[in-house]
Ligand binder design. Structure first.
Ligand code: MSP
Length: 517
C-alpha cells in the first residue's frame, strides 16, 4: 500500500472564495486525483479556519455572531468546491468539536513535554494576517507583508518554546531541502526567518474571545494559528486514529508522503511554527510544504479596494469549471506568481481547448459517424504515423509522473497536449476523406481506430485536471463506465478501445468564445 496525504490551507471565513483560494484547491485536487489514478491511497483534506480576532471583528461589523458568519461563508466554500469538481475526502471546520478537543489535547501534550511557558508579550500584531511581528520587522507601524497598520499589544501569554528547535530546523533544511518547495521560497525563508533565529511564539490570546479555550487557569483562547495548523492532524484523529497512523505516520505502508500545499504568504508559519509544534509533541513532520505563488490581475495585486478581484465563479458560470481549472494549472507555473488577464484566458480557451482539444474530438467523432456509422472499426495495418501517435500517447505517463513530483502542472498538461496536437496533425497528414474517396477501407479503419485510441488515452490523461471534460469525452467515446476509475497505466497501453463500440458524439466540448468580458 502506498499512501499520499495532501492538504490545502484552511480558508478564513471572513471572505467568500476567490480565485486565489480556487487556485490552491484546484492544484491540490489535480494532485490528489493524479495520485489516486497512479495507485496511491489518497487522503485529500480542505476546510475552513473559523476562529480569531479577524473573524470576530468581521462578524461584529456585519451584526451577526462569529458562528453565524462562519456557517454562512462555509456553505459558499462547499458550494464552490462542488462546482469546481474538488474531490476532497474531508472538510474540516475548526469550530467542530473533534478539532477543538484535539487542539486542547495537543496543547497539554506540548505543555507536559516542557515546551510551553508563561510570559509577557509586548509587541506588534497584524490583525488581517493574524500575525505577531518583531520590532525589527515593523516600519511606520505597518505590516511588512501586507502593508496594513499593525497594533501594539501587551499581554500575559503562554509561549511555545520555538527557540528550542532552531538547530532541528537548520538540520532539517540541510538534510531535506525538499521540505520547503519550491527552492526559491526555501532560500527566502532561510535568509529571512531561520538565520536571524527563531523566536518563541505566543500561543494564547487574552484579548480575543472567539477561539478555543486553552487548558490553563486563565480565561484565554488558543492563538488562531496554533489552532489552525493542527487541522492537518486533528482531521486524521491524531494521535491514535487509523487515518493518522496510516496517512501521517505511514504505518503499514510501503511508501507514504504528506504534503501541505499553501500560498507563499503563509509559508513562514508552516515552515517554522508548524514543525516546532510537531517536534514539541514528538510527532513526525510532513514531507513537504509547498508554497504556491500569488495570482495577480493585469500585473497588480488583487484587492477589494482596487476592485480588481477576479470572481472565479463568474468564469465557471460562463466557461465551465474545466476551463478555469485548465487555465489555472496550465498558465501559471505552480510555485511562481502568476498573472490573470482576460486576454490570456481567452487565448488558452480558444487555442488549447477549442482549437486543439475540442476540434480533435468533434471532427474525429464526426468522421467516425460518416465513415463507420459511429462504430469503432477494427484497426487495419499500422505504419510510421500510427507508430508515432502510439509512442507519444504511451509515453505520457512517464513524463507526467516526473513533472508531478514537483507540482509541475504546465509540463504535465503540455505532455497530454503533445498527443492532442499530434493527433490533429495526423488527421491532416492521413487525410481520411481522401482515403474514403479512394475506397481504401483497411487504411480508413486504421486512421479512425488510431484517432479513437488517441482520444481514449487523452480522456484518461486529462481526468485529474479536467474531470468533467474527461467524463464527457469518455461518454462520447461510447464507454459506459467511469473514466475516473481507470488507472494511469491504461495510458501506457495502446489498442484498448474495443472494436465494435458505438460512439455518441455530443455538442462541441469547448465552442470558441468571443472576447472575455
Ligand atoms: N487561514 C489561513 C491559513 C491557515 S492554514 C493552516 C489563511 N487563510 S486565507 O484564506 O487568508 O488564505 C488562504 C490561502 O489563499 C493562502 O495560502 C494564500 O496564499 C492564498 N491566497 C490568497 N490570495 C491569493 C492570490 N491572489 N493568489 C494565490 N493565492 C492566494 O491564510
Amino acid at each position: 500500500m502506498k499512501t499520499f496525504y495532501v492538504t490545502t490551507p484552511i480558508y478564513y471565513v471572513n471572505d467568500v472564495p476567490h480565485i486565489g483560494h480556487a487556485y490552491c484547491t484546484v492544484g491540490a485536487d489535480a494532485m490528489a486525483r493524479f495520485k489516486r489514478m497512479d495507485g496511491y491511497e489518497v487522503y485529500f483534506l480542505t476546510g475552513t479556519d473559523e476562529h480569531g480576532q479577524k473573524i470576530e471583528k468581521t462578524a461584529k461589523e456585519q451584526g451577526i455572531t462569529p458562528i453565524e458568519l462562519a456557517d454562512r461563508v462555509v456553505s459558499r466554500f462547499q458550494e464552490a468546491w462542488k462546482k469546481l469538481g474538488i474531490s476532497h475526502n474531508d472538510f474540516v471546520r475548526t469550530t467542530q468539536e473533534r478539532h477543538k478537543r484535539l487542539c486542547v489535547e495537543f496543547f497539554k501534550v506540548v505543555q507536559a513535554a516542557g515546551y510551553i511557558y508563561k510570559g509577557e508579550y509586548e509587541g506588534w500584531y497584524c490583525l488581517p494576517d493574524e500575525k505577531f511581528l518583531l520590532d525589527s520587522e515593523v516600519v511606520d507601524a505597518k505590516c511588512p507583508d501586507c502593508g496594513r497598520p499593525v497594533e501594539r499589544i501587551k499581554e500575559q501569554n503562554y509561549f511555545l518554546k520555538m527557540s528550542a528547535f532552531q538547530r532541528n530546523l537548520e538540520d532539517l533544511l540541510a538534510a531535506h531541502p525538499e521540505f520547503v518547495q519550491p527552492d526559491s521560497r526555501r532560500n527566502e525563508l532561510i535568509n529571512n526567518f531561520v538565520k536571524p533565529g527563531l523566536a518563541d511564539v505566543s500561543i494564547t490570546r487574552n484579548s480575543v474571545k472567539w477561539g478555543i479555550a486553552a487548558p490553563v487557569p486563565e480565561d484565554v483562547v488558543l492563538y488562531v494559528w496554533f489552532d489552525a495548523l493542527l487541522n492537518y492532524i486533528t482531521a486524521l484523529d491524531w494521535p491514535n486514529g487509523e487515518k493518522y497512523r496510516k496517512f501521517w505516520k505511514g504505518e503499514g505502508t510501503e511508501k507514504h508522503e504528506v504534503v501541505n500545499l499553501i500560498g507563499k504568504d503563509i509559508l513562514r508559519f508552516h515552515a517554522t511554527i508548524w514543525p516546532s509544534m510537531l517536534w514539541a509533541a514528538g510527532e513526525p513532520l510532513p514531507d513537504r510544504v509547498f508554497g504556491t505563488g500569488y495570482i495577480n490581475k493585469d500585473g497588480k495585486k488583487m484587492s477589494k479596494s482596487l476592485g480588481n478581484v477576479v470572481d472565479p465563479f463568474e468564469l465557471v458560470e460562463k466557461y465551465g469549471p474545466d476551463a478555469l481549472r485548465y487555465y489555472l494549472l496550465r498558465e501559471i507555473p505552480f510555485g511562481l506568481d502568476g498573472n490573470y488577464t482576460d486576454a490570456s484566458f481567452e487565448l488558452r480557451f480558444n487555442g488549447d481547448l477549442a482549437n486543439d482539444l475540442g476540434n480533435l474530438v468533434h471532427r474525429s467523432l464526426s468522421m467516425l459517424e460518416k465513415y463507420h456509422q459511429a462504430v469503432v472499426p477494427k484497426c487495419g495495418p499500422e505504419g510510421p504515423l500510427e507508430a508515432e501517435l502510439k509512442a507519444i500517447g504511451t509515453s505520457y505517463s512517464g513524463k507526467a509522473r516526473q513533472a508531478m513530483l514537483t507540482f509541475d502542472f504546465p509540463t504535465t498538461l503540455g505532455a497530454a497536449w503533445d498527443l492532442v496536437k499530434r493527433a490533429n496533425k495526423y488527421v491532416e497528414e492521413s487525410a481520411p476523406w481522401k482515403v474514403a474517396k479512394a475506397g481504401d477501407q483497411a487504411q480508413l479503419d486504421t486512421i479512425m481506430y488510431s484517432l479513437m485510441e488517441s482520444l481514449r488515452v487523452t480522456a484518461i490523461s486529462l481526468a485529474p485536471f479536467m474531470p468533467f471534460t474527461a467524463s464527457a469525452l469518455w461518454a462520447q467515446l461510447g464507454f459506459s463506465d467511469d473514466v475516473h476509475t481507470h488507472p494511469l497505466t491504461d495510458t501506457e497501453k495502446w489498442g484498448l478501445i474495443p472494436a465494435g463500440q458505438k460512439t455518441a458524439k455530443g455538442l462541441p466540448l469547448f465552442p470558441r468564445i468571443e472576447k472575455v468580458k
